[in-house]
Design a protein around this ligand. Structure first.
Ligand code: 9YT
Length: 127
């Protein structure tokens, strides 16, 4: 069994910070679960365009308020606590936080921890 505490792990190298978002990877590829599990915080007033071409991602809103725009269709969905979105089509999207968003995210295949966002908003496929 694996037991980890976000309050501890957020102070370790499991935490990755980027401009205006920070993410603590509670599970990574080397945990062998087949997915990775992250707690991601998006700063209030920020906006981010991501395109996980090589991963499926689901995201559950724990707290905060914002919206996600599907860049293929222009559709905008409100994000509030309890809402989940799943990028089952590797959907390119823009995430906007009106109030700081705290999100629980799963990636399949799992993130290894070494990825960086590329200019196109994706992470490279795992080796
Ligand atoms: C909200 C979202 O897409 N989170 C992704 C996780 C974060 N970019 C990370 O841990 O790399």
């Amino acid at each position: 069994m694996i037991v980890r505490d976000f309050n501890i792990e957020k102070k370790t190298d499991r935490n990755v910070a980027n401009e205006r978002w920070t993410s603590t990877r509670l599970l990574l590829a080397d945990d062998g679960m087949g997915f990775s599990f992250h707690i991601t915080t998006i700063e209030a007033g920020s906006e981010h365009t991501f395109h996980y071409k090589n991963h499926f991602e689901s995201v559950y809103c724990i707290s905060g308020e914002g919206e996600i725009e599907d860049l293929a269709t222009g559709e905008v969905h409100q994000i509030t606590p309890g809402v989940m979105y799943a990028l089952n089509l590797h959907d390119k999207h823009t995430l906007r936080a009106r109030k700081e968003l705290v999100l629980a995210c799963c990636f399949n295949p799992p993130v290894t921890g070494k990825e960086v966002h590329r200019a196109d908003g994706s992470y490279a496929a795992a080796d």
